[in-house]
Design a protein around this ligand. Structure first.
Ligand SMILES: NC(=O)c1ccc[n+]([C@@H]2O[C@H](COP(=O)([O-])OP(=O)(O)OC[C@H]3O[C@@H](n4cnc5c(N)ncnc54)[C@H](OP(=O)(O)O)[C@@H]3O)[C@@H](O)[C@H]2O)c1
Length: 230
C-alpha cells in the first residue's frame, strides 16, 4: 500500500520561534530532512525578525518569503499570574503570541501556501489541566485548539493542526534553576507513561503532522496521557 504522507525534503517551511526550545529543535530536524527551512525570532538572530504581536513584521516576512509549503508557530509569551494579579499588557502579549498572532499569520500566508500546504500551531496541556495561576496559559492553549479547527474549516484545503505538548524539557524550564529536577519529576508523576517529555517527542509528532495529508483541524496531544492521569 502506498503511504499518502509526504516527504518534507525540498519543502519550504517557515518556523516562527526558531531561536530556542522546540522551535530550534524542529528547525534543525527539518534541515536534516533536507527541507528548505526559514526561521524567525523576535530579534532576527535566527534568520528573519518576526514578532507575533506586530502584524507589519508578519506581513513583511510573508511578502519576503513568497510561496511556502508549511508554517509552524511555536510562540509563547506566558503570563502565569493568579487572577488577582493579572496585568492587561501581560494578558494581551500572551494572546498575541499564541492566538492573535497565529490568526494574522494565517491571514498573510494562507494565500501563498502551495497545494498540500499546512499551518501548525502550538497549544499546551495546561489548557486541559486547570490549576493555580493557569487562567491565561490555559485559555490561550484552549483557544489555539479551537483556532486550528476554525482555520482548517475556513482555509480548506489548507490543513491546519495543533500540537499540545505536555511538560517538555525544552530549555524553557531551566529558569527554575535547582527546582527544575523536582518540577520535571512532578510532571512525570502526572502522566500515564511515568516520564516528562523530551524534544524528540514533540519534533517527531510535528514532522508526522506536517506530512499527514488526511489530518486537519486536529489537536494532537503529546503529553504522555497527562489529561487522563489523576
Ligand atoms: N516546554 C514545555 O514544557 C511546553 C509545555 C506545553 C506547551 N508548550 C508550548 O510549546 C511551544 C514551544 O515551547 P518551548 O518550550 O520551546 O518554549 P520557549 O523555549 O519558552 O520558547 C518560546 C518561543 O516563543 C517565542 N515567542 C514568544 N513571544 C513571541 C512573539 N510575540 N512573537 C514571536 N515569537 C515569540 C520565543 O521567541 P524568541 O526566542 O524570539 O524570544 C521562543 O522561540 C510554546 O507554544 C509552548 O507554550 C511547551
Amino acid at each position: 500500500m502506498t503511504s499518502l504522507s509526504t516527504s518534507l525534503s525540498g519543502q519550504k517551511i517557515l518556523v516562527i520561534g526558531a531561536g530556542r526550545g522546540i522551535g530550534a529543535a524542529l528547525a534543525d530536524r527539518l534541515r536534516a530532512e533536507d527541507a528548505d527551512v526559514h526561521g524567525t525570532t523576535r530579534d532576527g538572530r535566527a534568520g528573519a525578525r518576526l514578532d507575533l504581536g506586530d502584524e507589519a513584521s508578519i506581513a513583511a516576512v510573508a511578502a519576503q518569503l513568497g510561496d511556502l509549503d508549511h508554517v509552524v508557530m511555536v510562540g509563547s509569551d506566558p503570563h502565569d499570574a493568579p487572577v488577582g494579579s493579572l496585568e492587561r499588557d501581560g494578558v494581551a502579549r500572551a494572546f498575541d503570541a499564541k492566538v492573535i498572532g497565529p490568526m494574522l499569520v494565517a491571514k498573510h500566508v494562507a494565500p501563498r501556501l502551495r497545494p498540500g500546504g499546512s499551518l501548525l500551531l502550538f497549544s499546551g496541556v495546561v489548557g486541559w489541566r486547570p490549576g493555580p495561576s493557569s487562567v491565561v496559559k490555559g485559555t490561550t492553549n484552549g483557544a489555539v485548539s479551537f483556532a486550528a479547527a476554525h482555520l482548517a474549516a475556513e482555509l480548506a484545503p489548507v490543513r491546519v493542526n495543533a500540537i499540545s505538548p505536555g511538560i517538555i524539557d525544552s530549555g524553557a524550564w531551566d529558569r527554575l534553576g535547582a527546582g527544575k529536577t523536582a518540577f520535571l519529576e512532578g510532571a512525570a508523576a502526572g502522566t500515564l507513561v511515568g516520564r516528562h517529555g523530551v524534544l524528540d517527542d514533540v519534533v517527531d509528532a510535528a514532522l508526522w503532522l506536517l506530512g499527514a495529508g488526511y489530518v486537519t483541524g486536529e489537536t494532537i496531544h503529546v503529553e504522555g496521557g497527562a489529561r487522563l492521569a489523576r
